[in-house]
Design a protein around this ligand. Structure first.
Ligand SMILES: Cc1cc2nc3c(=O)[nH]c(=O)nc-3n(C[C@H](O)[C@H](O)[C@H](O)COP(=O)(O)O)c2cc1C
Length: 327
């Protein structure tokens, strides 16, 4: 029987399939169901600081504070504390029920909050922490290197503070992506998750309003993940997890061949149910055996660019072939 176990963030996972942070991982019962269906680890739904602060603002707008600023401060503090406590209870509940690693996830909007929240989550007993970090480069006054510096600072500060392993989930809107990812991997984080996926803006031609596109990913979206896994594997000094567009076991295997130590899944489970994971584990095992591979480590990163004999020629050949074949 082929061995599907993989090493990710210092954990030995029984297989490479991790349940991504989403609404499917926001309760103990749902996480347990994922474990029963084969998930090797679970990333808990993120705790969003911005959401907590919006709740505080809505209390403010409803004049719940009766304009007394001391009361306002107290309730703001309490709301934040309450949200954090509920999250800590969730982690604690998962830790008691599950035997797979429980990876907490946070998104903070202010620099100091990353370290405050991270410390509390470690104390709650999470096995690891994923930093769900996104600064959209949409501010015309903000330069690329200023944005990158914030990511690097947060990654360094949080990984220095915590004793549990830290991963960072990023998007791919960076101008010097390869250089930035290598620098990020040197901050002490144990994994990079490629990539986060955002609401896709769309336009309704009837109402002439901007709407949200599909909340779930499409299989084609994995192409960008494959590109960056191939480029970064063997160059970053941390593990890599694929995330976005994994809708079948074949895509997962491709991601692993290109350098993913683990594969995170959300949309496919929303569409088909958590049972897809067990089916993928079975199919991946069969494929490995049919090809004579005994362990996942034999194929992890096998096709990455760093090991290609002529990586530059390889890139150029791809480019030329594309245009010479185009009709
Ligand atoms: C309904 C929904 C909720 C999500 N919530 C979070 C979240 O709280 N934190 C996070 O890091 N990613 C969140 N994601 C993103 C997923 O973790 C994942 O990165 C993304 O959906 C791409 O993977 P997929 O193609 O397997 O869906 C969410 C995705 C969906 C569909």
């Amino acid at each position: 029987m082929a061995d599907l176990s993989t090493s990710y963030m210092g954990f030995k996972l029984k297989n490479p399939f991790i349940a991504s942070s989403s609404g499917l991982t926001d309760s103990v019962e749902k996480a347990y169901l994922l474990e029963q269906n084969g998930a090797a680890a679970v990333v808990v739904k993120s705790l969003f600081e911005e959401q907590i602060m919006m709740d505080v603002d809505s209390l403010r707008m409803n004049n719940t504070f009766n304009t007394y600023s001391e009361a306002e401060d107290y309730i703001a503090f309490y709301t934040r504390k309450h949200a954090l406590n509920s999250y800590i209870e969730l982690i604690d509940g998962m830790k008691q029920k599950l035997s797979i690693p429980v990876i907490a996830s946070i998104n903070c909007s202010s620099a100091d909050s990353w370290t405050d929240f991270a410390g509390d989550i470690q104390a709650a007993g999470a096995d690891a922490l994923e930093l769900n970090m996104f600064i959209m480069p949409s501010d015309v006054k903000m330069k690329g290197d200023e944005i990158e510096k914030i990511y690097i600072d947060v990654a360094r500060r949080v990984s220095q503070l915590l004793s549990i392993p830290v991963a960072m989930k990023i998007h791919h809107y960076f101008s010097g992506m390869a250089n930035f990812a290598v620098e990020l991997s040197q901050t002490g984080i144990k994994a990079l998750v490629l990539f986060n996926r955002f609401y896709q803006p769309d336009v309704d031609l009837t109402t002439l309003k901007v709407t949200s596109g599909s909340i779930l990913s499409l299989p084609d979206e994995n192409a960008e993940v494959r590109r960056w896994l191939a480029i970064l594997s063997g160059r970053v000094v941390c593990d890599l997890a694929a995330s976005t567009g994994v809708h079948d076991w074949q895509t997962a295997v491709k991601d692993i061949l290109l350098g993913a130590n683990a594969v995170q899944v959300a949309s496919a489970m929303y569409k088909t149910g958590p049972e897809v994971l067990n089916a993928w584990i079975e199919e991946t095992t069969k494929w490995m055996e049919s090809r004579g591979f005994q362990s996942l480590s034999e194929i992890t990163g096998r096709l990455r660019q760093a090991d290609s004999i002529k990586p530059l020629a390889y890139e150029r050949a791809q480019f030329m072939r594309y245009f010479s074949d185009a009709r």
